[in-house]
Design a protein around this ligand. Structure first.
Ligand SMILES: [Zn+2]
Length: 147
């Protein structure tokens, strides 16, 4: 692992940036998680930049509900929950608002949770969080939610 990746990995432990940390129960190395998730995204033909744009759109539309669920683009129900303060990226290249976003697809009930930071992690680092993390962006689930 590069020193940069090693530092990011250390910052992902529980209690450093968030109480829960970023890796859940995943025992794979950070570089393996990123490589394997990049492959999964490709299998589903999901582009990180496109996903980041769509998630950001859901978040910004959802915020208009001021905590109440909002229908976005007819097919999705979005709820946001904002807390005070900011969270640093584990790569130490930015800080992000504490906005939790829940997106539910109305016709199949699939649901995904993410934060302002998750969007950055996906877009800038190709990192979807570890298995078992509350905010993991599971490619199969993203696919069911968006397709
Ligand atoms: Zn970053």
């Amino acid at each position: 692992m590069t020193p940069e990746l090693k530092k990011a990995r250390e910052n992902m432990d529980p209690g450093i940036i968030t109480a829960e940390g970023f890796l859940g129960s995943d025992s794979r190395s950070l570089s393996t998680i990123i490589d394997e998730d990049a492959q999964l995204l490709r299998n589903f033909e999901l582009e990180p930049a496109d996903l980041a744009e769509r998630f950001r759109h859901f978040m910004e539309e959802g915020r208009k509900g001021l905590g109440e669920p909002v229908t976005v683009d007819s097919d999705w129900l979005v709820k946001t929950d904002e807390a005070r303060g900011h969270l640093a990226c584990p790569w130490e290249d930015g800080i992000f608002r504490k906005i939790n976003v829940t997106v539910e697809r109305k016709d199949n009930g699939e649901k995904i949770f993410f934060t302002d930071l998750s969007i950055h992690l996906l877009e800038a680092h190709g990192f979807l969080e570890g298995h078992g993390s509350s905010f993991r962006l599971e490619p199969e689930l993203i696919n069911k939610l968006l397709k």
